[in-house]
Design a protein. Structure first.
Length: 67
């Protein structure tokens, strides 16, 4: 009753597989780049409060002179 799933691979999947085979160490470099930009250590509640208190409010339209 059930159909066998075909072993279909999209062109994109084939391209990524070939790229990974041709470029050793690519995944490690990707993970290092992600860690550099996105994976941050959590900040304490005191640090979060200090950051929130130190923010300056910006006026609604910054180019308008204050009258």
């Amino acid at each position: 009753m059930f159909k066998k799933q075909s072993m279909y691979e999209s062109e994109h999947t084939k391209f990524i597989k070939e790229l990974k085979e041709k470029t050793p160490g690519m995944e490690e470099r990707q993970q290092a780049g992600r860690a550099l930009l996105w994976d941050k250590a959590p900040t304490s509640l005191d640090e979060q409060r200090r950051i929130a208190e130190s923010r300056l409010r910006q006026q609604a339209y910054p180019y308008q002179t204050k009258v």
